[in-house]
Write a protein that binds this ligand. Structure first.
Ligand code: NAD
Length: 451
């Protein structure tokens, strides 16, 4: 075995030096082809690294952009990817980590870079089998998210969400929110609450409890609570780092002394009246949400919803639009309480759902008024219902109920400016959609009675 070293005259080209090792005695120490190849390879690599740096950077950018464009598609293919980021809620030691990672996921919804798709979220909708909740569920499922509905069916119906049964991105849990529940989620829309006077007056204590707390203890650094309703959901939001949206109500303004109502108005609520379980319950729910926001860093959103109507409303729930429509279809006189001059504003449900989603995805806590500023007296509403359903429909006057507000009209300038939201559908456009749904259900009801 001989060792040969190719000497070089050019001392600066030491990298060109080649050591050839040959076995056997007869082989030539000089092998021109091997040498040429061995010399040229590092030289060209060197050249590329030195001279083509720009080309390398461009190729890198190209590969990076391709990855980011494909990434959202991949994340949809792997639906449980999000759960890799949110660890088990039962592991209390990892709560802070959960909170941070899940919050990052949640906050991505509002800040999606141009050209990059949105990560699929897992979202809880309490009261999702109800009127508003079921329309919200439709929207969230349509845009590709996973939705878990929690409902005890007090006023909600399985029929409202039956079209999602069998969809792997939809789950329905029969559960009362006054009991705690543990779920790994990115966002919580908290709607569960008996919302119509007929229902909340039926069980006022339960109504306030669904919104309220049974016991509330302040610990040195965190709130330790024995929770119910809103507090349960706020506790869940805190534990898993989910964003929490409360559906409050225009009833927090009571019988308002300011018109139209701005979010800065503190309201005029009778604390001991028949409606107080609802009004004061929602006011307290807002307080709790803000306390969790300030004290426990929960990302909170508060919507103050004004009268909303649309398909899937309860038929006989005592709310004025559903009352009038159902009565006109059944050929009964429309019941007007008082002189009928009290005013309300009516928003179509799809407008509300768009507002709720804009609020959840946005960066502002609120509260935000979500309503249609078009103002109608009860008598004007009755006229519109006559136009749409039956021009021969009649009106029956009855004594007004206690604490019925004289006027209600949202000032929505805050939502317009900060959420870029405003309602699009007028009463005359929206009402026919509700009427066809009511006609079908009343027909089915009547057929059921005859059978
Ligand atoms: N529709 C409106 O005009 C209006 C106006 C202001 C505020 N809101 C608020 O919006 C939310 C939804 O209202 P909606 O009109 O869809 O009412 P809804 O009665 O149709 O829906 C409420 C849902 O919550 C469920 N629910 C009630 N108590 C529950 C409990 N303890 N546990 C689990 N589920 C429970 C009901 O079964 C129902 O499915 C409510 O919080 C309501 O206060 C609605």
């Amino acid at each position: 075995m001989k060792l040969y070293k190719q000497s070089s005259n050019n001392t600066h080209r030491r990298d060109d030096d080649v050591i050839n090792i040959h076995s056997g005695s007869g082989g030539s120490p000089y092998h021109s082809k091997t040498l040429k190849h061995a010399r040229s390879l590092p030289r060209s690599i060197n050249y590329i690294f030195r001279e083509q740096r720009l080309l390398f950077i461009l190729v890198g950018i190209l590969i990076g952009s391709t990855f980011f464009i494909l990434q959202p598609t991949l994340s949809r293919i792997a639906p449980n990817e999000a759960s890799r980021f949110t660890t088990s809620v039962s592991n209390s030691n990892s709560n802070n980590h959960n909170q941070r990672t899940a919050r990052t996921l949640g906050s991505q919804t509002g800040r999606v870079p141009v050209g990059i798709g949105r990560r699929r979220l897992r979202i809880v909708v309490t009261g999702g089998a109800g009127f508003v909740g079921s329309h919200l569920v439709d929207k969230l499922i349509d845009r590709g998210d996973e939705v878990i509905v929690i409902d005890n069916f007090f006023t909600g119906r399985k029929n409202n969400v039956v079209h999602h049964f069998g969809n792997p991105r939809f789950e329905l849990i029969r559960h009362d929110v006054v009991e705690p529940i543990l779920l790994e989620v990115d966002q919580i829309y908290h709607l569960a609450c008996p919302a119509s006077p007929v229902h909340y007056k039926y069980n006022p204590v339960k109504t306030i409890i669904s919104l309220l707390i049974s016991d509330f203890i302040h610990d040195c650094d965190i709130y330790k609570t024995n929770v119910m309703g809103t507090l349960n959901m706020l506790g869940l939001a805190k534990r898993v780092g989910a964003r929490f949206l409360l559906t409050s109500t225009s009833e927090v303004y009571g019988d308002p002394l300011e018109h139209p109502q701005k979010e800065t108005y503190w309201g005029n609520v009778n604390p001991i009246g028949e409606r107080s379980c609802y009004d004061e319950g929602k006011r307290t729910a807002e307080t709790l949400a803000m306390d969790y926001h300030r004290g426990a860093d929960v990302e909170v959103r508060i919507a103050r919803i004004f009268n909303t109507y649309g398909p899937r409303m309860c038929l006989d729930d005592g709310r004025v639009v559903s009352n009038f429509v159902a009565q006109a279809i059944r050929k009964l006189p429309m019941t007007v309480y008082g002189d009928g001059k009290q005013t309300r504003s009516f928003q179509y449900v799809s407008d509300l759902v768009n507002g709720l989603v804009a609020l959840m995805e946005g960066e502002h806590v609120g509260p935000f008024n979500l309503g249609n500023p078009g103002e109608f007296s009860m008598l004007e509403l009755a006229e519109v219902v006559k136009e749409v359903i039956d021009s021969s429909a009649t009106i029956e006057f009855r004594p007004n109920t206690a604490d019925d507000p004289h006027m209600r009209k949202p000032d929505i300038s805050k939502a317009k400016e900060l959420l870029n939201w405003e309602p699009k559908i007028s009463l005359r456009e929206g009402l026919p959609h509700m009427v066809s749904d009511f006609q079908n259900r009343i027909l089915n009801e009547d057929e059921g009675k005859q059978a």
